[in-house]
Design a protein around this ligand. Structure first.
Ligand code: HEC
Ligand code: HEC
Length: 352
């Protein structure tokens, strides 16, 4: 993978900037933090760590277990896998263009990619690894000592450096130049007739653009669409344990009585934020089923039906749309075909 890819892309896309400031045609520029510049060696180190099962306590899981390049850096499950005997409660988001997200997680409780990394490593229901031990485990591997020295100047394998390297790798996961991008730059033939009609529904009758604008297809906001709990996990006592644990550690007073994911409240502590979830990107959707924070919907057709009937019970943000079968099919064509980019074959790293 070329380390300079995001920067080249930004330049290329800037050159092709269009006049529609708030449409998805706005150029996609990946911000790089000043204290964690991209270098080829750092990206390669981050890639190795991302695929290294040493990051999990029992050595069975790497980040890629739940963010698989073959599945749009997601995992194809309603709720992700988890550490043995525990149960994860949320759907694994794609990591394509994750460098564009202004907050991370379905509830926005992490601010930066660097800050996010320790989350899954330490989480008892995800990788369940001891963070101090991980530093020593990596220091025991000569290839890692050498790589950390090349990237950071000495062989200290600190969590901060682990996080920086992984974040640098994540910023290279870019989805752009999908048919919709070419279409919005004026190439009418980039989309099929059905997908073109679908774009009209997306921006018009469907009202999708109000929450999914710009090149990342998100307003970076939080909304309570009231997606219902997943029927398979609703009564799972292990999932309830996960929910109580997360809510307890976030300081929610009624953590024992929750029967649904409290969403954004976990990040802000505000009761008014209960049930709000971040608007996800829509790029590469065709590879990232199932959908929504809890993987409630298996297919995009089901998601479209959800929006068409005005969202979940009791929500106040969506209205029924009254789409006919042709409009739904067109919208589906746009989401599936329009937002899928051509990706070069993924080059897997060699784990030391
Ligand atoms: C056991 C499955 C699992 C593993 C392993 C895992 N993740 Fe995740 N990841 C998830 C789930 C589920 C979420 C959503 C969690 C939430 O919203 O609370 C997530 C969210 C994220 C996000 C936020 C994405 C966004 O759009 O907000 C990033 C970044 C991420 N993971 C990176 C990593 C990295 C880096 C690793 C390895 C250190 C890793 N993940 C390991 C399942 C996993
Ligand atoms: C009021 C804001 C809002 C509007 C309008 C809206 N969305 Fe969303 N969309 C969201 C939020 C928030 C979520 C995440 C909900 C959750 O996880 O519980 C979401 C989720 C999705 C998902 C699932 C993505 C994934 O990776 O899980 C798809 C697909 C989607 N929206 C498409 C659409 C389409 C198509 C329209 C128009 C018919 C639309 N949205 C209108 C806010 C909105």
């Amino acid at each position: 993978m070329k380390p300079t890819l995001p920067l080249c892309l930004a330049t290329l896309l800037l050159a092709a900037a269009t006049v529609f400031a708030e449409t998805p045609a706005t150029p996609l520029a990946m911000p790089i933090p000043a204290d964690n510049p991209q270098t080829a060696e750092k990206i390669e180190l981050g890639k190795k760590l991302f695929f290294d099962r040493r990051l999990s306590g029992d050595g069975t899981m790497s980040c890629s277990t739940c963010h698989d390049p073959g599945q749009g850096f997601s995992d194809g499950l309603p709720a992700s896998l988890s550490y043995p005997t525990t149960k994860n409660w949320r759907n694994s988001p794609t990591l394509f263009n994750v460098g564009l997200q202004r907050t991370l997680f379905h509830d926005g409780r992490a601010a930066t990619l660097e800050a996010q990394v320790a989350g899954p490593i330490a989480s008892p229901f995800e990788m369940n690894q001891n963070l101090q031990f991980l530093e020593e485990e990596l220091r025991a591997v000569p290839e890692y000592r050498q790589a950390f020295t090349v990237v950071f100047g000495d062989d200290n394998t600190s969590l901060e450096r682990i996080a920086k390297a992984i974040a640098a790798f994540e910023r290279t996961l870019v989805s752009s130049e999908a048919p919709a991008d070419r279409f919005l730059r004026g190439d009418g033939s980039a989309l099929s007739a059905a997908a073109r009609q679908g774009y009209a529904v997306f921006t018009g009758k469907g009202g999708c653009l109000s929450c999914h604008p710009g090149p990342a297809y998100t307003d970076h906001g939080f909304h309570a669409l009231r997606v219902e709990e997943h029927p398979e996990s609703k009564d799972d006592p292990r999932l309830a344990a996960t929910r109580r644990f997360v809510a307890k550690t976030a300081g929610l007073a009624d953590f024992e009585r929750l029967d649904a994911d409290p969403g954004r409240e976990l990040a802000t502590g505000k009761r008014d934020d209960r049930g709000l979830f971040r608007t996800p990107t829509l790029r590469e959707l065709s590879a990232t089923a199932p959908y929504m924070h809890n993987g409630r919907y298996e297919t995009l057709a089901e998601v479209i039906d959800f929006f068409d009937r005005g969202g979940g019970p009791g929500n106040t943000v969506l209205q029924p749309l009254g789409l006919d079968a042709a409009e739904k099919a067109a919208l589906l064509a746009f989401l599936e075909e329009g937002l899928r980019s051509q990706q070069p074959p993924f080059v897997f790293p060699k784990i030391p």
